[in-house]
Design a protein around this ligand. Sequence first.
Ligand SMILES: [Fe+2]
Length: 210
Amino acid sequence: MNFFHKTNFDFSTKAKNWILDRYQDKFNRKFYHDLDITQYDSQVEWHNSLAGKELIEFLSKYNCDTNYYGISAFISNMPYDIKSNPHIDTKFKQGNSYRIKTRFNVMVLGNPQDPMVWWDHIEYGNSKLTESKFHSITGQEYCSKSIPGNDPISRWDYLGTPTIQTSNLLTPSAFVKTDCAHAVILSSVPRLIVTVALDKTLSEITKILD
Ligand SMILES: [Fe+2]
């Protein structure tokens, strides 16, 4: 099973500056999230930007686009290292949830050596997953299936040794598998990942290269 496919796509300096400017206020405080469902509301702005255009042009080479869940960003600014919450990605729309097979992630800020890990034995739809309520950073409540455990540490314990761990994944970008359990170990530096959720498996995306 493939868990990632590295790519050399990077934003131009001008596009990067637009992205950094757009999210700058988030870096004034301690901040961690790996999802903000409200970002879906700002797609027009993203698509009209140089950054959005560069991203869309690159994805088209893989027959991918941003239609499934738009363009958004994962941002964190923590003063200490953090083992992020092991989870399986989900798309939320009008009270329903859907599988996210793959994401295309581009690092704009952060430490590329931060490891990403996957556990292949817990996939989307697994009956061991538990239903939990969460709140987005803007207070919107939503339900999601979680890895069993009351907190990130107990979920890491529950999952055991990861199937695979890799560093230097986003140097600067990669397609990553997101429909089995995964997590990132973050170092204490500002981190900004631009991300596009895709409704295609990694092998469907990369078969174009064969
Ligand atoms: Fe994820």
